[in-house]
Design a protein around this ligand. Structure first.
Ligand code: AMP
Length: 144
């Protein structure tokens, strides 16, 4: 089993602009974009620019820097998607549920009594992802 960072992972390619994404936010610390297989409408990913496989090998300073952005995206997502709550998920290694080996945080709008769709199963149509990205971007620009 490998446990080193592979710079050819799909999120590293998104960070380098080699493949597209539905981006909602970017700064020096991280990028945020829509998950292509959302578990709920508005499911976004926050991906730090600093390379690590996951939380286990991350620089603590990079973790500290990214959490305020996770909070910012979560606050905007709750507003944009009129959610009752937000789940933050973060998986570590295959046994921990991780499928893309560059650290990321899932920000998932939740509704009372509504279960999550399966993790990484159904691909959302591009036009819906684009509309959700626009909604989330607008909430981010409007502040809290
Ligand atoms: P995990 O590594 O298990 O935390 O999950 C990786 C997540 O990335 C899954 O929810 C996938 O739906 C999502 N995903 C995979 N490829 C892409 C992509 N190119 N753009 C956006 N999301 C992706």
């Amino acid at each position: 089993m490998t446990s080193t960072y592979d710079a050819d992972n799909i999120f590293a390619k998104i960070l380098r602009g080699e493949i597209p994404c539905h981006k909602v936010y970017e700064d020096d610390i991280a990028i945020a974009f829509m998950d292509v297989m959302p578990q709920s409408d508005g499911h976004a990913l926050v991906v730090p620019k600093s390379p690590s496989r996951n939380l286990l090998d991350a620089d603590p300073a990079a973790l500290a820097a990214v959490i305020p952005l996770v909070q910012k995206i979560a606050t905007a997502a709750k507003k944009a998607f009129e959610a009752d709550g937000i789940s933050i998920q973060q998986f570590n290694e295959g046994a921990g549920g991780q499928t893309v080996f560059h650290l990321h945080f899932h920000v998932i709008p939740r509704y009372e009594g509504v279960p999550l769709k399966s993790h990484g199963r159904d691909m959302e149509p591009d036009d819906i992802l684009a509309a959700h990205a626009e909604k989330l971007s607008a909430a981010l620009k409007g502040g809290k």
